[in-house]
Design a protein around this ligand. Structure first.
Ligand code: FE2
Ligand code: FE2
Length: 282
């Protein structure tokens, strides 16, 4: 099965969620107002609840938001859009334990960790506001959930092969599945109309030095965040980790001392009670 086959199935099985379509349309319409946005989101009570819990998490900087209207007013329409993306992504992680420590919960935890860590690094480097690093982290490995949900049997073979130390994770995926999760994550980003630089960085997170120049910095940042989260054992960790090339750190102008500082800041963030984790199913 190739990436193109996955693309065909993806469009069929995971079209852009209705709520995202409506929110994106309203946000880009200069005549729309907060009342209309509130009406769209409020239409779905479960969704409203998820939005509020995410809006109150540490990653959007507030802890006392009680209504969607307040969330939009305080956080702005772009943040509402990102909140919706994160909530829709969350639904794709709702599957139980498959094998080893791979489960929707562990992968979501990893993705949240990478989102937080990428934001910490972005703030540390003074570029935290340029793109939504949290959303980038949430989406970077979402291709793994697509692989599992679209090709369960083949995905099991892939998980069984993961202990083969002669190949890295992406090479194994290419062999067994004919594509890799970074490519699929990028496809989903395109399908959900996620900002281009986010999708591009996501697509190159396992080969950041090969990324086009305009997104190479973000792809490198994401790769470092990914590595720091896995080293910490926060959420899903494959049996062995590929090295992050020195050049990646050089592009970000980070040395070992900087990484220690980043890790300390990351620890502080992780200690915050508002981490948007999901219920553990098993
Ligand atoms: Fe990945
Ligand atoms: Fe990852």
């Amino acid at each position: 099965m190739s990436a193109m086959d996955f693309q065909g199935k993806l469009n069929e099985i995971y079209p852009m969620p209705h709520i995202l379509v409506k929110v994106f349309r309203a946000v880009s319409d200069p005549d729309s107002n907060y009342d209309q946005l509130e009406a769209i989101v409020k239409h779905d009570p479960a969704f409203t609840l998820k939005i509020l819990s995410l809006a109150n998490s540490a990653y959007y900087g507030r802890s006392n938001i009680t209504s969607i209207r307040e969330a939009i007013g305080l956080l702005g329409t772009n943040t509402l859009k990102n909140l919706c993306i994160n909530v829709c992504a969350h639904d794709l992680f709702s599957f139980g334990k498959i094998k080893y420590n791979f489960s929707g919960y562990e992968l979501w935890k990893h993705s949240v960790g990478v989102g937080i860590c990428a934001r910490v690094i972005g703030d540390y480097l003074g570029c935290g506001k340029q793109v939504d690093f949290f959303t980038m982290g949430i989406l970077h490995d979402i291709g793994l959930t697509l692989e599992y949900q679209l090709q369960q049997e083949v995905f099991m073979t892939f998980l069984n092969c993961l202990h083969d130390r002669s190949k890295d994770l992406v090479a194994l995926e290419e062999d067994v599945l004919g594509t890799n999760h970074a490519t699929l994550s990028k496809m989903l980003c395109e399908q959900w109309l996620i900002p281009e630089e986010v999708g591009a960085a996501v697509g190159w997170h396992h080969a950041p030095l090969e990324a086009p120049e305009q997104v190479r910095f973000y792809a490198c940042l994401l790769a470092v965040a990914d590595r720091l989260v896995m080293e910490r054992g926060f959420g899903f960790v494959p049996p062995y980790l590929a090295e992050v090339p020195d050049q990646v750190l050089q592009i970000l102008q980070l040395d070992a001392a900087h990484l220690r500082q980043v890790n300390l800041l990351f620890t502080t963030e992780l200690a915050h009670p508002g981490i948007p984790l999901m219920e553990k199913s098993n």
